[in-house]
Design a protein around this ligand. Structure first.
Ligand code: TYM
Length: 480
């Protein structure tokens, strides 16, 4: 009795001291003494913590200044990026099961992470079309927060590859392929792709691309490929000798996208049809192989998720810059395959070459420079380029106020200067990166390691869905 009384008095004293010194100590001190009290206090504690978190997230941002708010968003994004790069493998795998969540959280829709994938062929040097239509968009994707419809920041994983397997679908010179592959990767970095935020890798360093392409070749109807405009255009130039690879090339591109469960694919306008084909292949595969009890059984036996293997990607195509036209013909696309180098500005052209190309580029005899006149495609193209290389965003009106009344002779040095100034810092960074091959190769290795991890998993799911025999995982060597 005395002992019990002393015990209670001691507990009350410790409790009182702990209350005076803060709630957490109170919780710890009390829990050391009375299990019943512990439960009650733990519940209260849990409840009050929840309340305070909710209050912080609702009230605090209203009181913060813009800078603090921005910092918080950056930190939040960094955390989600770190989480997604280290743990996620596919859109669904990163989303925890609703059954795991406490009752309260069920109401909120899970945040669906995004995967971005894109690539450029290392054929010759990259030009202004590749940069403005594709690579610059990638940089924006990497650097800007992405939000879903609920206004939540969405975790994004970026994969950018140098698609060297695509580069051999046209006749190529083996002595150039290695250099143009490394040079393209260096340009990604120079243009602003940051390897701590995005994975950069070489397509042929990830064997799953070729393997998935074969599997998809076998389920894609010929008729779908026969409709591809790019094949028709390129095949015309090659006649009888056109390779089978050029014909099935859009399937390799579909494999590139599908291997990463990519949800967003930033590209130029000319790739729209290939993206539509990819979506068709995704639907066809999921319909053919990812339904019914047999599929579920195969997945269970192999220990892989029984959801449909692939997700449908969206093409992300800019309104401006999606189609940069040739300097020698404003009605055809700026392209690496144009035999005339004067038809394009290469990202690595020196200032004199850029000025010469602009000086000689095609114009017309109509006075003034104007936008969107169908009879003046060269004027529209040069104005689009001029607008895209401005240091800060400017409206069309503002630009026309500056150059609309100029003659071609006056406008050409102005646009040439703007292009040179825009490309100069990219070129400077490019030479720094290219002159450090060890660092570049290390970045590509890390990119390939991360890409292989995701790609191998998707390939396994694909093979399970198609009914292949899956070898058991390799056993670690027995210790002696
Ligand atoms: P490629 O190498 O021809 O072009 C790379 C990117 O540059 C864009 N582009 C242009 N954009 C605006 N104006 C132009 N004149 C211009 N020329 C090229 C292209 O639209 C593209 O975004 N098949 C693709 C490469 C690829 C790929 C992928 C892309 C392979 N696998 C997976 C995205 C996802 C190609 O040949 O692009």
């Amino acid at each position: 009795m005395t002992i019990r009384l002393n015990y209670s008095i001691t507990a009350m004293i410790v409790f009182a001291v702990a209350v005076a010194s803060g709630r957490n100590n109170c919780f710890r001190a009390v829990s050391a003494f009375t299990p019943t009290l512990t439960t009650t206090v733990r519940n209260q504690h849990h409840h009050s913590t929840r309340t305070s978190v909710a209050t912080t997230s609702i009230v605090a941002p209203l009181n913060w200044n813009h800078h603090q708010h921005h910092q918080q968003r950056q930190q939040q994004q960094q955390q989600t990026r770190q989480m997604s790069t280290t743990t996620s493998t596919s859109t669904e795998e990163t989303t925890s099961s609703p059954d795991d969540e406490p009752q309260e959280k069920k109401k909120k829709k899970p945040i669906r992470p995004e995967r971005v994938l894109s690539g450029v062929q290392p054929t010759g040097s990259l030009h202004l079309g590749n940069y403005l239509g594709a690579i610059r968009q990638w940089v924006d994707f990497q650097n800007e927060d992405q939000f879903n419809d609920d206004g939540d920041v969405v975790p994004v994983e970026n994969f950018f590859c140098v698609v060297d397997l695509h580069a051999i679908t046209m006749p190529h010179d083996p002595k150039d392929l290695q250099e143009s592959t490394l040079s393209s990767a260096a340009l990604y970095l120079a243009a602003g792709i940051d390897p701590t935020k995005s994975k950069i890798f070489v397509q042929s360093h990830v064997p799953a691309h070729s393997e998935l392409a074969w599997l998809l070749n076998c389920i894609t109807p010929m008729g779908w490929l026969e409709r591809m405009i790019q094949f028709k255009e390129k095949a015309k130039k090659q006649g009888e000798s056109v390779g089978v690879g050029l014909f099935s090339y859009p399937i390799l591109m579909a494999a590139d996208i599908m291997l990463y469960q990519s949800t967003k694919v930033p590209v130029g306008e000319d790739q729209r049809q290939h993206l539509e084909l990819t979506r068709d292949i995704v639907r066809r595969f999921n319909d053919l192989f990812c339904k019914g009890n047999q599929y579920k059984k195969r997945c269970k036996a192999a220990g892989v998720p029984s959801r449909p293997v692939f997700v449908e990607p969206d093409a992300i195509i800019l309104k401006e810059g999606a189609r940069v036209m040739s300097l020698t013909d404003g009605s055809s696309k700026m392209s690496k395959s144009d035999p005339s180098d004067a038809s394009r500005i290469n990202v690595l052209d020196d200032p004199k070459t850029i000025r010469d190309k602009i000086k000689r580029c095609k114009t017309d005899a109509i006075p003034g420079i104007e936008w969107d006149n169908p009879d003046r495609p060269e004027a529209t193209n040069l104005l689009n380029i001029y607008s895209a290389v401005q240091p800060t965003k400017r409206t069309k009106e503002d630009i026309l106020n500056e150059v609309g009344e100029m003659t071609w002779g006056e406008f050409k040095p102005v646009i040439a200067d703007a292009i040179v100034n825009h490309l100069q810092p990219i070129q400077d960074r490019y030479y720094e990166v290219r002159n450090d091959p060890d660092a570049l190769n290390e970045i590509l290795k890390q990119g390939a390691d991360a890409a292989n991890e995701v790609a191998e998993r998707t390939l396994l799911n694909t093979k399970v869905a198609m009914g292949f025999n899956i070898p058991p995982p390799a056993q670690p060597p027995a210790s002696k």
